[in-house]
Design a protein around this ligand. Structure first.
Ligand SMILES: Cc1cc2nc3c(=O)[nH]c(=O)nc-3n(C[C@H](O)[C@H](O)[C@H](O)COP(=O)(O)O)c2cc1C
Length: 182
């Protein structure tokens, strides 16, 4: 079998453009915790399941393993600084007024494109990462702002194909301009 160089593989995987999300939760003592990820993905509509994966080396791992709930903030292009803040260990991440709390108490950041509130459903082994599956308990479609995207190690945003139809921002999947979808 060909030897896979992790650095080279990372470069190849980085060719798959993604969104950027900050996943938040609370520690057993109630402290807010959050981490920037691009491994967020939808899994199932019925039941409503999503996933993200967290490095085993992440300081926040144990807190997510203990938590019953977490929230997904899908970032907008104005939240690049916030994304960077939650991509490095820091103690001053949750400034008063910079977030609200969802039903389960997890932090929700304004200017996010959309947010999901989730009950932690299960944890799956994923090599040097742990995969967290969450059951969506609530969601918020916030603004029609441009999303923050990540591609080949750099941030960007989305340019709509000029021939595509604009889907309505009403939370339905019924009017996507992609044949066979929705
Ligand atoms: C755009 C972007 C995407 C990231 N995606 C992930 C990810 O999916 N999983 C992960 O474990 N770390 C990811 N990271 C790195 C973490 O945000 C970073 O290692 C963070 O500091 C971990 O938190 P810690 O303070 O608990 O170690 C990403 C960073 C950036 C900038």
């Amino acid at each position: 079998m060909t030897q896979i160089d992790p650095r080279a593989l990372r470069n190849v995987l980085g060719c798959y453009a993604t969104g950027v999300a900050i996943i938040t939760t609370r520690s057993p003592s109630g402290e807010h915790v959050g981490v920037t990820v691009n491994s967020f993905s939808s899994v199932s509509l019925d039941p409503p399941l999503i996933l993200f994966s967290l490095a085993r080396t992440a300081n926040v791992l144990a807190t997510f393993q203990q938590a019953t709930h977490f929230a997904v903030n899908m970032l907008g292009h104005e939240q690049q600084a916030l994304s960077n803040m939650f991509a490095k260990p820091s103690t001053a991440r949750f400034e008063a007024g910079s977030y609200t709390e969802g039903a389960s108490g997890c932090a929700l950041f304004g200017k996010s494109v959309a947010q999901l509130e989730c009950k932690r459903a299960s944890e799956v082994e994923g090599g040097d990462h742990v995969i967290f599956l969450g059951q969506v308990t609530d969601f918020h479609l916030r603004s029609a702002t441009q999303p923050l995207l990540f591609y080949r190690g750099a941030y960007g945003t989305y340019a709509r194909d000029q021939w595509s139809k604009v889907p309505p921002h009403d939370g339905t999947l019924s009017d996507f301009g992609v044949p066979g979808w929705g």
